[in-house]
Design a protein around this ligand. Structure first.
Ligand SMILES: *Cc1c(COP(=O)(O)O)cnc(C)c1O
Length: 342
């Protein structure tokens, strides 16, 4: 990252092509997929897929159980795309019966979108079962795998996912600055002429990268891209997604065991919990405030997340990144020291 790279130079474009190939390999073992990198944070990539894949007469069904699912629906509304929403509430997985009913009764639906790990709560949505239904009804399937891609094994082709969306700074452990999409070539080709935005035109970006071998249409975040290439190398060194998944699972188990021992309670039952991020209920003590707890932890070198659910008081602790169970044990010690209300 300390070296400047030219956004149109061959050496740089080779790095981009290498990244694109590796992302496809991480997403599936089968052929027929390609990848596109897109400037901006993860949401820009989601917006690019929604805005470029739905035809004018298309209709999107969004299954939501949190803020990130809601965001997909909001993107569609802003773009004046016809959208139906099945909301199962923040504490429940998507309702498969409701999904079947929607697909059966609303024949206008062309695309279905869902979040894999709903980062709002930490819930891991049952995408295999959702994918089975979406494919049975022959709809295009869009997966926001922002906080799971690279950290939880999936095979896009086996599942029947058409678009997988993620970003540089989550489970791949790069730095922020761009997102990416792994998609079926056939579906990318269908995006031609559909985009509702110039800069977020998924087909435009993809065809430029294909034709000019790694060239982005507009200035790309070169340093971030170089760091991402490094991060992919480190994922490989670690042993790939399976090894990373195991480390995250150990981190998350160490976290929950430690927090339960200190008297905290989790929002979700364990069987719905992802190994990525965990929501904890506020302690039932008048003296507790999140601000003070946060400050106490920060002064000990740990930064946690506020809650994001609308019903109930929670805070969240993420356990992805270059950390292992020893770091989590240090965190638990810091939490214990930060329990000023005890
Ligand atoms: C992080 C995240 C996003 C994208 O958020 P940005 O702030 O735009 O990077 C989208 N969906 C999910 C599930 C996420 O965890």
């Amino acid at each position: 990252m300390l070296k400047d790279w030219c956004t149109w130079d061959d050496d740089y474009n080779k790095i981009v092509q290498d990244i694109r190939g590796k992302l496809v390999e991480l997403a599936t073992k089968e052929n027929g997929f390609s990848s596109v990198l897109m400037q901006g944070s993860g949401t820009f990539s989601v917006e690019s897929v929604i805005g470029s894949s739905l035809p004018d007469d298309g209709k999107l069904l969004v299954l939501t159980n949190g803020a990130y699912g809601d965001r997909i629906a909001e993107i569609a509304r802003r773009l004046k795309i016809d959208v139906a929403v099945n909301d199962s509430g923040e504490r429940q997985p998507p309702d498969l019966e409701a999904l079947r009913n929607s697909l059966e009764s609303d024949t206008g639906i062309t695309h279905v979108a869902v979040v894999h790990c709903e980062t709002t709560t930490g819930m891991l949505n049952p995408i295999e079962k959702i994918a089975d239904l979406v494919k049975a009804y022959e709809k295009v399937f869009i997966l926001d795998a922002m906080s799971s891609f690279g950290g939880i094994p999936i095979d896009a082709a086996e599942l029947g996912v058409d678009f997988i969306i993620s970003s540089a700074n989550k489970c791949i452990q790069g730095v922020p600055g761009f997102g990416f999409i792994v998609a079926r070539r056939k579906e990318l080709e269908r995006c031609q002429g559909r985009a509702r935005s110039l800069s977020l035109d998924l087909f435009g970006q993809w065809s430029e990268m294909e034709k000019n071998e790694g060239k982005w249409r507009y200035t790309s975040p070169t340093h971030t891209v170089r760091a991402f290439a490094q991060a992919l190398g480190e994922l490989e060194e670690e042993g790939g997604i399976e090894a990373r998944f195991n480390r995250y699972c150990k981190n998350q188990k160490t976290l929950v065991d430690g927090m339960l021992a200190l008297g905290f309670e989790c929002l979700l039952p364990r069987e719905w919990q992802s190994p990525i991020i965990t929501s904890f209920l506020y302690p039932r003590d008048e003296a507790f405030t999140f601000q003070r707890f946060y400050a106490e932890l920060k002064s000990r070198g740990f930064v946690i997340y506020p809650g994001k659910i609308t019903t109930g008081d929670t805070f969240r602790i993420g356990n992805i990144g270059d950390i292992d169970p020893d770091d989590i044990l240090r965190l638990i010690k810091a939490v214990k020291e930060s329990m000023y209300w005890k």
